[in-house]
Design a protein around this ligand. Structure first.
Ligand code: ATP
Ligand code: MG
Length: 374
């Protein structure tokens, strides 16, 4: 858009009309002050600025504009009837003008100039946009590098913690053996086993990531009942989090054809998240039903919830909600692996959530995902 600034209405109107017949979009201001207000609000490619105006003159306007970051890429052409001497023309260029045209204006010349400046400045803007996009891209790749480093450091830490515990329990075991204290021995053995289990799960997740990355995640499909899968999953969860009551709603009477172990992994991921991200609560719902030829399974919690803008990211690799990451341990890969498993079965995953109220993570799985997606 072009802004014409002139205190004489006739000048404004005639210039506006000529430029508009050449398909330029035009805005007008009848004083320097009004022009400044408009420049703050809108973006102009070009400003045609009268020099003599009551109040702020054209030079002052140009100087003020040059201080606005928003108008840095705006071209200015001065128009002047009186100040045609070299010193004024010089002042015009010094205050940021690209051209200084004296009145009476030769419209065809002005039009040629406007067209040329317009084109140059538009190209300039495009270049700036491209430069910005490139900078964003570079920034993104940095960020990606930083995320990877961060992941390696968290992963090493997560692996080290259970390993250190196991080492500790081993020493305690040795002592209990020396003392012949089988009771304590059993207790420490059990604890070491829990830590080893953690270690095993972590390594399995890391291996899954690399399998996904290299396209080597394979499925072993057969027919099974989701309801039966839930029985066993709920048993497992009860062992580790007995304080949680898991309420089941609905049932799916038919068998599904899928990789049972992998689907179990997804449900366990949803459930462990539901428990982890719901401190102070003690109820989880599992909603199960048929949706056309698909099976819907949703795990609903009443925990911390997720803000709308973060909901679309939680299935991304290594993504963790930043505001809460320091309060909960994790690598940010459970949902990524889950989503990959479901998608590879031809299904979809999603989340419905409200911050501070809770979330429902769900998948829709084709009852018969066939062999073509193996
Ligand atoms: P891990 O890889 O060990 O499972 P994680 O739990 O951080 O670590 P994901 O399971 O992939 O990783 O979850 C990604 C992020 O999504 C979590 O860090 C958390 O911020 C958010 N999130 C997942 N489930 C819930 C939930 N039920 N309620 C609130 N936020 C959740
Ligand atoms: Mg998780």
């Amino acid at each position: 858009m072009i802004l014409i600034v002139d205190d004489t209405p006739e000048n404004l109107i005639s210039l506006k009309r000529v430029l508009e017949t050449h398909n330029f979009e035009i805005d007008t201001a009848s004083s320097g002050e009004e022009a400044l207000k408009k420049v703050l609000r809108n973006e102009y490619v070009l400003i045609i600025l009268d020099v003599q105006m009551p109040g702020m003159d054209g030079f002052e306007v140009a100087e003020a504009i040059s201080g606005y970051s928003k108008a840095k890429e705006t071209a200015i052409i001065f128009l002047s009837a009186v100040n045609t001497e070299l010193k004024f023309i010089t002042k015009g260029y010094l205050s940021g003008g690209l051209d200084y045209i004296t009145k009476p204006v030769d419209m065809s010349v002005l039009l040629l100039k406007v067209k040329t400046f317009y084109r140059i400045y538009e190209q300039n803007r495009k270049l700036i946009d491209i430069q910005k996009a490139l900078l964003d891209e570079i920034e993104f790749r940095r960020q990606a590098e930083r995320k990877k480093d961060e992941f390696i450091s968290i992963a090493s830490h997560e692996l080290k913690t259970p390993l250190t515990s196991v080492k500790g329990y081993m020493q305690l075991l040795e002592r209990s053996i020396d003392k012949g204290d089988t009771e304590t021995l059993k207790k420490h053995l059990g604890k070491a086993q829990v830590q080893l289990e953690k270690l095993h799960d972590l390594i399995a997740d890391l291996l899954d990531i690399s399998k996904i990355e290299s396209g080597k995640l394979k499925f072993n499909k057969r027919y099974f009942y989701i309801d039966e899968l839930l029985d066993s999953v709920i048993d497992i969860i009860h062992q580790s989090s007995p304080e949680f009551k898991i309420i089941r709603n609905g049932t799916v009477a038919r068998e599904v054809y899928a990789d049972e172990m992998r689907i179990e992994q997804v449900v366990i991921n949803f459930l462990t998240n539901a428990i982890k991200y719901s401190p102070g609560t003690s109820e989880i719902h599992i909603n199960l039903n048929n949706k056309g030829d698909k099976v819907y399974l949703g795990v609903k919690d009443f925990g911390i919830g997720i803000a709308p803008e973060q909901q679309k990211c939680v299935f991304d690799k290594f993504y963790r909600v930043e505001e809460t990451a320091i309060h909960f341990q994790g690598l940010g890969i459970g949902l990524y692996i889950s989503a990959e498993i479901i998608r590879r079965h031809g299904g979809e995953v999603g989340v419905k959530s409200k911050l501070d109220e809770g979330s429902e993570f769900y998948f829709l799985l084709p009852a018969d995902s066939g062999s073509e997606t193996d």
